[in-house]
Design a protein around this ligand. Structure first.
Ligand code: GDP
Ligand code: MG
Length: 439
């Protein structure tokens, strides 16, 4: 991972008295390699490195930062700048219903993203109408109807084999008639960019006059996605990009390159198959994430959605008073599994990816089951106060849960670390002055 690589580079820089030309050069060489490995377009990487060099060399060494921290800060700021400033999430002003058009290759995630956006808008009190404009594939139409039913959003019912352009304008008329304020057009995709499709999309655009034309692009396809984006942008003049499937490693690379090539804001990230797996895109957060600093705010926002308010309040109280117990730890593990991919969540907690023991116990579902078994084998008193658990108790617990004593030892060590991390997380969330667990 890019973040691991950069982490290593900056560790090397730490402990040097000041930024010298030589160590900046060395760090930048590593950064460049790391960027290329993360699938960042080579031209983007070059521009980026040049900018960092210029800034790093021209700058006084700040007394408050170590040289390593200072380079991290510069790289972070530049990454955030490259990824673009904050953009409006969606252009929803003007005459209602506002049409949003989703375009992209087949399989990029358009239909899923249309439903995710509908849910997102519904949560904000809007009344979206979903319209499948894919007239070729009945299965795609059915898919959207199914997703719409799941989230309780209306889906326009089209006639079979209807002309897509006529269909789009009829959907618009239906949106007007039924008082919807947003119309989400899920357009047809192809496996490759082709001229008839582009012509069809241009005709829909001319007819409906969408406020946004959003390219839905699969981040896993890396540089291919960038070439595709260029094609769609030339034909349709996109207003923004939604990157999907960014849970994987390619997220940093694809986003950076996409942003540079299309030069339109990335508005959302798709981070999973579930319909709430949509994140507002924050350039500075992605920059932090690429650098391995973790993304505390996103994590906390996620936590906020998944926890019910009382539970969150209770957790915050416990963390404050440092009465977070093994029992809570077990509940947390269960919650975390509800929230989504563990790997993804752990990656967002600062420092967690660097702690060895934590990494070992991280993504393996079987390990989670084992941890639960171990905690279940403890007495309530032990769960409430892990300090009680001495050598003989450890042996008893290991026997009871069918594991080795080392497993119990490791769990207790990890628990102690988690206790610390959770505390830090809360503090970091507070420092940011943003939302915490409490709404
Ligand atoms: P379309 O052909 O562009 O409409 O693509 P679909 O919406 O049908 O999605 C294709 C596949 O990608 C489906 O299996 C989706 O569940 C999956 N998918 C969509 N978005 C995401 C995402 O953000 N993460 C993951 N992991 N899968 C996604
Ligand atoms: Mg589709």
């Amino acid at each position: 991972r890019l973040s691991d690589k950069l982490g290593k580079v900056f560790k090397k820089l730490k402990g040097h008295g000041k930024l010298t030309e030589a160590n900046i050069q060395e760090a930048l060489r590593e950064v460049r390699l790391a960027l290329l490995e993360a699938d960042v377009h080579y031209k983007v990487a070059k521009t980026f490195i040049d900018r960092i060099r210029e800034r790093a060399l021209g700058q006084e060494v700040m007394t408050s930062l170590t040289p390593g921290q200072q380079v991290v800060k510069i790289v972070h700021d530049e990454l955030a700048a490259l990824l673009g400033g904050e953009a409006p999430r969606l252009e929803l002003g003007g005459k209602t219903p506002v049409a949003l058009m989703l375009v992209g290759l087949q399989g990029s995630g358009k239909t899923t993203t249309a439903a995710k956006l509908a849910l997102y808008l519904k949560k904000q009190g809007r009344q979206p109408l979903l319209a499948p404009v894919d007239t070729q594939r009945p299965a795609a139409i059915e898919q959207l109807h199914r997703l719409g039913a799941e989230i309780g959003v209306d889906v326009y019912r089209s006639q079979p084999q209807q002309n897509p352009v006529a269909l789009a304008s009829e959907a618009m008329a239906a949106a007007v008639a039924k008082g919807h304020d947003v119309l989400l057009l899920d357009t047809a995709g192809r496996l490759h960019v082709d001229a008839p499709l582009m012509a069809e999309l241009q005709a829909i655009k001319a007819d409906v006059g969408p406020a946004e034309i959003l390219l839905v692009a699969d981040a896993m396809t890396g540089q291919d996605a960038v070439a595709v984006a260029q094609n769609f942008h030339e034909a349709l003049d996109l207003t923004g990009v939604i990157l999907t499937k960014v849970e994987g490693d390619a997220r940093g690379g694809a986003a950076l390159s996409m942003r540079t090539v299309v030069n339109k804001p990335i508005k959302f990230l798709g981070v999973g198959e579930k319909l709430d797996a949509l994140e507002v895109f924050h350039p500075d957060r992605l920059a932090s994430r690429i650098l391995g600093m973790g993304d505390v705010l996103t994590l906390i926002e996620k936590a906020q959605d998944a926890f019910d308010a009382d539970q969150a309040k209770e957790l915050e109280r416990k963390l404050r008073k440092e009465t977070f117990t093994l029992e809570d730890f077990r509940d947390q593990l269960r919650q975390v599994r509800k929230m989504g991919s563990l790997d993804q969540l752990m990656g967002m907690i600062p420092g967690l990816n660097k702690i060895k023991g934590m990494k070992d116990m991280q993504p393996d579902e079987k390990e989670l089951v084992r941890i639960e078994a171990i905690i279940n084998s403890m007495t309530p008193a032990e769960r409430a106060n892990h300090v009680l658990i001495d050598g003989s108790r450890r042996r008893r617990i290991a026997k009871g849960s069918g594991v080795e004593v080392q497993d119990v030892n490791r769990l207790l060590k990890n628990f102690a670390m988690t206790q610390k991390m959770m505390k830090k997380m809360i503090q970091a969330g507070k420092k940011g002055g943003k939302r915490r667990f409490l709404p």
